[in-house]
Write a protein that binds this ligand. Structure first.
Ligand code: ADP
Ligand code: MG
Length: 677
């Protein structure tokens, strides 16, 4: 068991108490009654009046008050979509866009994709009739490419603004500009109760409309001592809550798909072993790549007598509201991107979340009744180790993509772009340099023809460059597959706990000399030959839904080839060179002391899951770096150094690519797969 101490006891505060949970009868109310019961509802008229009177309005309201699902409907009812005009509502996360669109379609009694739809990368569920468009912030950003003044929109609602994603931040600058020459456009910036003053200042002191929250007290508990293994601690705590606490569902915050799946498996496993000794516990995951039918299950009411535990990523912090949550379990971590502009290395790491995040998470327990939040860290850690707020993404990510997009929109002077918080100067500079090296910009920093094409593809500049290069090497068929498989990254292989040996053998069976890109291509090709069969996936420990998604992505990219003037072609050899033409920036060489990146001389390691882990080729390129215990290269491919000169003569000098010690290399460097676990 894990020992928790109540925060109020630590501080000598009184124990809060709240009204009882809603009765059965209340839960059975119709959808319209639920709509009327939301905190935003009493403010409907006042809100619509404020929108009519101001071009830009900042809307602040507690999570669950109805901002996302209700306000676009109010605008629709008020006639903002007359004459074919549309309303956009942006979400930082794909899952949220899909889920709220589905909810709103249900509330309006229409089929999803008709009047109400969503649009996320590689998946468009809208039609000519769609007037309420929920979309990721990245998709609205791309709308600017085809419609720079957003002329077909009457209202743009930038939702979850407090998340401060890169795309949301860029949208702020662009929308502020559009609003100046389109006085009839309404701009709404909606946010949880954070940062609203900043948004107001940015939009020339736009008024802030506050929706008073309804929130029950949440009792906060901390662990007495730090927990070494938070995943295990989570599982133990969930069961502890389940066994000792009165009814009410549990929400657990973990950092990503792998962790969530592991936790769910452990929970199910232990429940199975406890059998009828405990009441039924429904274990439901929620994360970005989860298929929508499974996602929808988290919203279904818990059957009487049972308890539901939702194991979620940050998505449940503010973007989604799940009814009936009374207990929150917060290990205090999230997955965060960070970027080092000096080395150009981007990494995704599990880091402690901010105090603001921790408080949002705790708040999720107090929506329907008084709740409890169990923090798997000490009160001391909360006070001394957590940052106040999360650093905006724009300050900790690479900007290649966004710079390319802004350049395509004709924005040349990026240093003077209207940023809410500017990115580090070095990051901007490096993005320009990289785009120049990729041939997207000329030496004056202007967009080239190839850059224009790269911007057309909704993928990272290196990936677009790879796709464009496939024309030269006549291998677009293979490259499309590689691109699609890379974009569903890390969720191809299935490794159930009770069959690890079989699963690992199945994976190794796909290995081909050369590296992981070839393995991905091999998996896809065999799957296609099986007739895209789910049975084949099952037999080969491959995740069917990841493959299905890869197929969708591939189809979408194929549909865009014509726009970027790449013909369909297939060959058997030179796609490795096309990959190199896109990824020459991400290269490493083997030195006596292990792998070093070619330009920056950073120490890096091949990921233990890679097919090249035991091979240790001298030169390789990698798709991405992930920092866990070390800086790991994920998805690596063996290359020859001479190719780098061939595909990027402006970037590499022959001298850099010489091997200073070309004699014998040690056969194997570093630890074995087993040693690394
Ligand atoms: P906000 O954007 O202010 O956080 P939302 O508009 O997302 O609030 O949610 C308002 C309410 O709508 C939630 O409290 C919840 O009761 C309900 N709701 C939202 N999405 C769903 C869903 N998919 N299924 C059931 N209820 C939902
Ligand atoms: Mg919302």
């Amino acid at each position: 068991t894990i020992e928790f101490v109540r925060a109020s006891q630590l501080q000598g505060d009184e124990e809060p108490s709240g009204p009882p949970p809603p009765t059965q009868a209340q839960q059975k109310e119709s959808i319209q009654a639920v709509r009327r019961s939301l905190p935003v509802f009493p403010f409907r008229e006042e809100l619509l009046a404020a929108i009519a009177n101001h071009q830009v309005l900042i809307i602040e309201g507690e999570t669950g008050s109805g901002k996302t699902t209700q306000i676009p409907q109010y605008l629709f009812e008020e006639g903002y979509t007359r004459k074919g005009m549309k309303i956009a509502c942006t979400q930082p996360r794909r899952v949220a866009a899909m889920s709220v669109a589905a909810r709103v379609a249900r509330e309006m009694g229409v089929k999803l994709g008709n009047e109400v739809g969503y649009s996320i990368r590689f998946e468009d569920c809208t039609s000519e009739r769609t007037v309420l468009r929920y979309m990721t912030d990245g998709m609205l950003l791309r709308e600017f490419l085809s419609e720079p003044d957003l002329a077909s929109y009457s209202v743009v609602m930038v939702d979850e603004a407090h998340e401060r994603t890169l795309h949301t931040d860029i949208l702020f600058g662009l929308i502020k500009d559009v609003a100046r020459f389109r006085p009839e456009l309404k701009v709404l910036v909606a946010s949880a109760t954070l940062d609203t003053a900043r948004f107001s200042t940015f939009f020339d002191d736009a008024p802030v409309f506050r929706i008073p929250g309804r929130r029950f007290p949440v009792d906060i508990f901390y662990t007495k001592a730090p927990e070494a293994d938070y995943l295990e601690a989570c599982v133990v705590s969930v069961l502890q809550i389940h066994v000792t606490q009165p009814p009410g569902d549990i929400l657990v915050f973990l950092t990503g798909q792998e962790e969530i799946e592991a936790a769910c498996e452990m929970l199910q496993d232990r429940c199975r072993r406890l059998g009828s000794k405990i009441r039924e516990l429904l274990v439901l995951p929620i994360y970005a790549n989860l298929p929508s039918d499974i996602q929808a299950r988290i919203f279904q009411p818990t059957p009487p007598g049972a308890r539901k535990v939702v194991v979620a990523t940050n998505i449940a912090e503010t973007s989604l509201t799940i009814e009936g949550i009374i207990y929150v379990l917060d290990p205090g971590f999230c997955k965060q991107k960070s970027y080092n502009p000096r080395t150009g290395m981007e990494s995704l790491t599990v880091t402690p979340c901010s105090k603001a995040s921790a408080n949002q998470r705790a708040g999720r327990a107090g929506r329907v009744a008084a709740g409890k939040c169990f923090r798997l860290y000490t009160a001391w850690a909360y006070q001394h180790e957590l940052e106040e707020t999360t650093v905006p993404e724009i300050q900790r990510t690479s900007l290649g993509n966004v710079v390319l997009l802004l350049k395509s929109l004709g924005i040349h002077d990026l240093m003077h772009f209207d940023f809410l918080d500017p990115p580090p100067y070095e990051t901007l500079l490096l993005a320009l340099e990289q785009l120049y090296a990729l041939g997207a910009l000329n030496h004056l920093g202007e967009l080239t023809t190839s850059g224009r094409k790269m911007a057309e593809l909704p993928v990272d500049p290196m990936l677009s460059k790879m796709i464009l290069a496939s024309e030269k090497y006549s291998c677009s068929e293979e490259i499309l597959t590689v691109a699609a498989m890379l974009s569903v990254n890390n969720s191809i292989f299935y490794r159930p706990k009770d069959k690890v040996v079989h699963a690992d053998n199945a994976r190794v069976n796909f290995f081909l000399p050369g590296g992981d890109h070839l393995v991905l291509l091999n998996v896809y090709t065999q799957w296609a030959e099986s007739g895209y069969s789910s049975q084949w996936c099952y037999e080969n420990f491959v995740q069917f839904r990841s493959m299905r998604r890869a197929r969708d992505v591939r189809e979408q990219l194929e549909g865009l080839l014509e726009r970027v003037e790449v013909g369909l072609s297939s060959c058997q050899g030179d796609y490795i060179r096309a990959i190199t033409a896109g990824y020459f920036y991400h290269t490493a060489r083997l030195t006596r002391s292990g792998y070093r990146t070619v330009k920056q001389q950073q120490t890096v390691f091949i990921h233990p899951n890679s097919s090249l882990f035991d091979e240790q080729p001298r030169w390789l390129l990698y798709h991405e770096l992930v920092l866990t215990t070390k800086e790991f290269m994920r998805q690596v491919l063996e290359i020859e150094s001479s190719w780098l000169l061939e595909v990027a003569p402006h970037y590499y000098k022959a001298k850099e690519l010489e091997d200073p010690h070309s004699k014998k290399m040690p056969k194997k460097i570093g630890k074995t797969r087993e040693e690394l676990g």
